[in-house]
Unconditional design. Sequence first.
Length: 256
Amino acid sequence: MKKVLSLISIMAILLIALTGCVSVNYEVTLNKDGTADVAYIYGFEKETLQQLGTSAEDMTSDMQKNAETNAYEIETYSDDKIEGFKAKKHIENLSEISLEDAFGSENVKDSEENQIKIEKKGSKTLYSQKASIDLSGMDESTASMVTMKYVIKLPVKVGENNASEVSEDGKTLTWNLKAGEVNEINFEAGGNSSSLITIIIVIAIAVVIAIVIIAILSKKQKNDNNSYATVDTAENEDKSEESNSTESKEEDKKEE
């Protein structure tokens, strides 16, 4: 692969002239089949572009060419504040994911230690990463004007992690990277599934409740049967006494 022109280096040069903000977002979506979809957004503050009388296309043309060289599809990106481009591609092998593409080879290495790992354990698929993005080389003046994020989207809920933000469903992790510092990326997912444990607990509780209800109903039915038997016995005894009494009266009449 041709060496990618460091976006961070270009950014540092551009920021000498710019007074606004540069935004870099790198996003990895991990798929259940072991593939991934990778995208990074690089943009400038719209107000700054207007002040300079230039466009995001002009400012990022070289970056886009380098991204295309590395098989990324390029599309225009724009939101309320930022204008730039989005580079994206589908990855068949996770070892092809390159943090260097977005954050620069001098800040992070595409080494085996920094890679996202997938491991099969029986019916489970485990996802993990322990990486370092070293932005300590950026000075304070540059750091104050740069916003960088690293986002991981998982097919399962995350376990242990040090993300800055975790979505409500537990599947999207966001690290707000700090320029001027070494940023550690750690996460594990797919181990002990909390949702599976919850389901097992619910089923166990339901079974216990069902057993208790059956026992109560069985006991009640038994008590009812005993009550009916007692009543029948009492009625039979009354009828027997009444019959004996009738027979006794009839015998007395005969004797008279």
